[in-house]
Design a protein around this ligand. Structure first.
Ligand code: TRP
Length: 461
């Protein structure tokens, strides 16, 4: 390496960038939806336990593997656990490549709804328009879909192009505070609505009779996805941490913020839904559409200050998605930069462009395109989009995560991991022996259970 490696400028920079990666469509779209499906309460509690017992230890493991080698996923795993482990890194890079290719399509929808909601704010929400029809119309329009996802891809490439401190960290520093601010406004407005009490009870009152084993595994699977674990994203971000920064503190902050945001988003959405008569039945019919079908209309008919909060909400979704897509592109580009010695600008444009080819496939999955709309490899997952989503969420992230727990817990020496975590920067609550127990036993057994469940036919996408 001739050039010195670009680093986060401070611990805050790292925490914001990694939190930006973690907070994304998973928090705003997936988490509220699975909380709804699993009847809240007990599911949320189990989710919190999974985050603490599995997510937090693996977060520390990924960051420490990255910091130790100062290399991206492939190089870092090779150095941590041996040459064969480059394959696990490569598996992660591939997961990042595929995930980014279709994540961009949903991210593009937020741009569309932002533009639409600006129109409604000034022109009024069209009376009698069925929100579901609007949604189907936009996903079915090939030209529109390509334009939206191309815009989002270009934004992603533009940020990563400028590197770690001048691109990724700078954007996170600007956007995350805006994102927190918008959420706070939405929360205040939502808590004033009549349905907020019922929403709080739904989310926070545990009723274990409602919880099924499948819900437990879903909570576990989601804790992976939401924290961006299992594919080397945090290894890559960890590789830009300097020796003076604490991995343990950073992990604690990232995990806490991601969880807080997921809960706040859920409180907001459910408060709105419970405030409108008949809405909860409608949502139960099609929970997937909460973000893009149920909510748009509600902002203009039920939410106090909705004409302002509506557009802001879609800005929020777009910002949350962008700070995730840049981290996905960084996983792929940094691999090419480190292992194939390409310059950052070249690597970023090349990887971004290659990924966009697959984004086209994902975007055209909804427009009735032959093959892309009809492909069915996994039973019930029809179309390119659903197929790749199923493959990444169910197969790639859990297997990658499982391998990472083995690398950190069993293949790296005690000495090597202890030196990274216990270096005088760690907070008082941290206990190395406890971490080691979780990463060697609790995390691999729990993640192993997901993999077995997937093999037996469970679905987490
Ligand atoms: N955490 C992101 C979300 O909640 C999704 C995600 C999964 C991700 N793995 C990632 C983002 C890796 C960036 C990098 O939406």
């Amino acid at each position: 390496m001739s050039q010195p490696r670009d680093n986060w400028s401070s611990n805050v920079g790292l925490v914001l960038a990694a939190t930006g990666s973690a907070i994304g469509l998973g928090n705003l779209w997936k988490f509220p939806f699975i909380t709804w499906e699993n009847e809240g309460g007990a599911f949320v509690l189990v989710y919190l336990i999974c985050i603490l017992a599995v997510g937090l230890p693996i977060m520390m493991a990924e960051l420490l593997i990255g910091r130790r080698s100062q290399k991206s996923a492939v190089g870092a795993l090779k150095e941590a656990a041996g040459p064969w482990w480059g394959i696990v890194g490569g598996w992660g890079v591939l997961a990042g490549f595929i995930l980014l290719s279709y994540y961009t399509v949903i991210a593009g929808w937020s741009l569309y709804y932002f533009a639409q909601s600006i129109g409604w704010t000034f022109g009024g929400y069209p009376a009698g328009m069925a929100a579901g029809d609007l949604f189907n119309e936009q996903v079915g329009n090939a030209g529109l879909q390509l334009a939206l996802s191309l815009s989002f891809s270009i934004a992603t490439i533009a940020v990563v192009y400028f590197g770690v401190s001048k691109g990724i960290e700078r954007i996170a520093r600007i956007f995350l505070p805006i994102l927190f601010g918008i959420l706070l406004l939405l929360l205040v407005s939502a808590l004033g609505m009549s349905g907020s009490g019922e929403a709080m009870r739904f989310i926070f009152r545990a009723n274990f009779a409602e919880l099924e084993m499948s819900g437990v595994l879903e909570a576990l699977g989601h804790s992976f996805f939401t924290l961006s674990l299992g594919m080397g994203a945090m290894i890559t971000y960890g590789s830009y941490i300097s020796r003076k920064q604490s991995i343990v503190k950073a992990s604690g902050a990232i995990v806490a913020l991601d969880t807080l945001i997921a809960l706040v988003a859920t409180v907001i959405m459910f408060s709105v839904i419970f405030s409108v008569a008949g809405m909860s039945d409608q949502v139960s019919g099609s929970p997937v559409g909460m973000l893009f079908i149920s909510l748009p209309e509600l902002f203009y008919t039920a939410v106090p200050f909705g004409v302002v909060l509506g557009p802001l909400f879609y800005v929020l979704v777009a910002l949350a998605a962008l700070t995730s897509t840049i981290s996905l592109l960084e996983v792929v580009s940094s691999y090419v930069i480190d292992e194939h010695r390409l310059s950052r600008p070249k690597a970023t444009v090349l990887c971004g462009g290659a990924i966009f080819v697959f984004t086209i496939f994902a975007a055209l999955s909804f427009t009735g395109t032959p093959f892309l709309a009809t492909l069915e490899i996994f039973a019930g997952k029809v179309g390119w989009f659903s197929t790749v989503d199923h493959f990444v969420s169910n197969w790639m992230l859990p297997t990658g995560g499982f391998a990472i727990t083995l690398a950190a817990g069993w293949f790296m020496t005690r000495n090597a991991t202890e030196r990274e975590l216990v270096d005088g920067t760690e907070p008082r609550w941290f206990h190395y022996g406890a971490w080691r127990f979780f990463i060697r036993w609790v995390a691999p057994i729990a993640v192993g259970a997901i993999i077995v469940a997937v093999m037996l036919g469970r679905d987490f996408s």
